[in-house]
Design a protein around this ligand. Structure first.
Ligand code: CMC
Length: 381
């Protein structure tokens, strides 16, 4: 059989990268890429980042509505933060110069072995897993970040918000209110983003009726990539390189574009205008800069890079661009930035899994076959 004889259904043109393809219905998140609008369950992201908090947004994503005062989950999350000693011991055996996303992936996998419900799949047990993962991931990340510097982990407190407790576990010091507020807004902005690559990966795994841990580990693997969550680390490395070399951001952009390289923190598959999350983070960076003189350098570099990218390519900054200097100010090592993305996005991933399992169908697209046909083993030498 030659390719012209391949059945018609197999020759249909596919959409590369599934761009614009509607794969399922979801009531969790609305994005208008043309207008730069992002809405979680009906609420604009700007409103949530400014006037709500991470825990209430997690509840909103999971339950479809904001909590009443007696439904708030701050206390529940705080009580679930500890992780088994065996997991901490295992992680402390790992080499110090690890890739934090790879180790976080391993850490989440280890947690599944100590969760008696890891393979139970009732709505209630899955919701409990969503709570536990949201509570325990910050504890895992801070333990790994401290291990990197040869320090022992700090036990979580059973009070305070996720952002406050994370910053406390990172250093052992009381975090300042501005740092807590910035990290909290960062987590809200990163909590959910429709059918992005990692969420899609989670739903594909979940739809096979595998367990929540397996789906989240797959999502962490997808987020790790440079074209997805891995961009924020690379943005900071670029800013640090510019700081060291003294090269003007305009020249840097021109040089990279001339050699057809991508500039991290710019461009988006869905947003054809400004990413609304980038706009909130940009304003936050400027506010932080007013209080922290050291920030001026990063603000100037970011302005130069984004102006030149807009002028040269008409490409605007995405969420990862302004995240980088903000996380730098919070004292987080650049290669841990994508793990902080996980800390927020775990709520969106788990909300999508809960939604998937409410009305599950195996996700199984097809490929258009482009290979040979009709070969005979007898012709093979
Ligand atoms: N730097 C330079 N050129 C770019 C960039 C960039 N960051 N992004 C897109 N382009 C150009 C690209 O070279 C192409 O130009 P041409 O048509 O002349 O060849 C055009 O824009 C379209 O690019 P594309 O790859 O078809 O667009 P896409 O929708 O597949 O890519 C993207 C989206 C996010 C992968 C891409 O913009 C990119 O690689 N950005 C850098 C990595 C990054 O910042 N990722 C974080 C994304 S937002 C947060 C998240 O999802 O985790």
């Amino acid at each position: 059989m030659n390719p012209s004889e391949i059945p018609q259904t197999n020759q249909e043109r596919h959409v590369k990268g599934l761009e614009g393809v509607i794969a399922l219905n979801s009531s969790i998140c609305y994005i208008d890429g043309g207008k730069g609008t992002l809405v979680y369950r009906g609420y604009a992201i700007e409103d949530l980042a400014t006037h709500s908090n991470f825990e209430d947004v997690a509840y909103l994503l999971w339950h479809g509505q904001l909590p009443n005062p007696d439904q708030q989950i701050h206390g529940q999350l705080a009580s679930l933060r500890s992780i088994p000693e065996e997991v901490l011991n295992f992680l402390s055996q790992l080499p110090r110069h690890f890739d934090p996303m790879a180790t976080l992936r391993t850490g989440i996998s280890l947690l599944s072995h100590y969760d008696p419900e890891s393979n139970t799949s009732t709505p209630e047990s899955n919701y409990q897993k969503a709570l536990r993962l949201t509570a325990q991931i910050p504890t895992l990340i801070t333990a790994l970040a401290r291990h990197r510097h040869g320090k022992s982990p700090i036990a979580p407190r059973t009070t305070g918000s996720t952002a406050e407790n994370f910053l406390y576990m990172l250093t052992g010091e009381e975090p300042n209110p501005t740092a807590i507020k910035s990290l909290d807004a960062f987590l809200v902005l990163h909590a959910e983003h429709g059918l992005n690559a990692s969420t899609f990966a989670a739903r594909v795994i979940g739809a096979t009726l595998s367990d929540m841990y397996s789906a989240i580990i797959g999502a962490v693997g997808a987020l790790k990539g440079a074209l997805h969550g891995g961009a924020n680390t690379r943005v900071m490395l670029m800013l640090l390189e510019l700081q060291k070399s003294g090269e003007a951001p305009e020249e840097f952009v021109m040089r990279k574009l001339a050699s057809k390289e991508r500039i991290m923190g710019f461009g988006h598959r869905v947003y054809k205008t400004l990413d609304p999350r980038a706009d909130v983070l940009r304003k936050m960076l400027i506010e932080l800069g007013d209080q922290t003189p050291d920030m001026k350098l990063w603000i100037d570099l970011c302005s130069g890079l984004s102006r030149t990218m807009d002028e040269q390519k008409g490409i605007r900054a995405n969420v990862d661009f302004y995240s980088a200097p903000i996380l730098h100010l919070l004292g987080i090592d650049p290669d841990f930035y994508t793990t902080i993305f996980v800390m927020g996005r775990i709520t969106g991933w788990t909300a999508h899994l809960l939604e998937q399992w409410e009305d599950n169908r195996l996700i199984r697209p097809r490929a258009a076959y482009t290979g040979p046909m009709g070969l005979n083993l007898s012709d093979h030498q």
